[in-house]
Write a new protein. Structure first.
Length: 171
């Protein structure tokens, strides 16, 4: 069977050198994850934080102490609004992109700004209340829910698909 003809021949179109070049260029596109991180914060994390406020915690936050309700009523503060949402300032601030630092490899929220300083206390709980015990229970509103992880994965997958399509468009 030695006819000089190849038994099996593979031909790549485009050539392997073109594919290798495109893969190298794609790797350059993928060096920074800034864009999918930003999209994840905008499309998943911020809406999740907003939902945490709307549901008054997921899981539910500890209710206000009777002494807290009495104190606020004495000051004429309406306690019928959603918990942690008396003026809306904390919810508005916690659901803005501006409080995030988004780099090439991570998205970080270290602390809430001074105009909503009390949000840091509610997030983690601790000493600070005016009542006899002065303890505020943690009412975390900046947190991931189980379903957020899958949604963030989808954001990254869509972004990667966009990069691949952009690199190989027209082939």
């Amino acid at each position: 069977m030695a006819t000089g003809e190849p038994f099996l021949e593979l031909t790549f179109k485009p050539s392997l050198s073109v594919i290798r070049r495109d893969l190298l260029l794609l790797s350059v596109d993928l060096r920074s994850l800034h864009e999918p991180l930003k999209r994840s914060v905008q499309q998943v994390i911020i809406p999740s934080i907003r939902a945490n406020f709307d549901a008054q915690g997921r899981p539910a936050w500890a209710p206000y102490a009777a002494s807290t309700i009495e104190f606020h009523e004495m000051l004429g503060i309406d306690m019928s609004r959603s918990m942690l949402d008396k003026t809306g300032a904390l919810k508005r601030t916690a659901t803005t992109l501006a409080i995030w630092t988004i780099g090439k490899e991570d998205a970080t929220l270290n602390s809430l700004p001074p105009n909503v300083w009390y949000g840091n206390l509610h997030q983690t709980g601790g000493k600070g209340g005016k009542g006899p015990k002065g303890i505020i229970p943690a009412r975390p509103f900046i947190m991931f829910q189980d379903e957020d992880y899958e949604k963030i994965t989808e954001v990254f997958a869509k972004w990667l698909d966009e990069r691949i399509i952009a690199r190989w468009a027209g082939r």
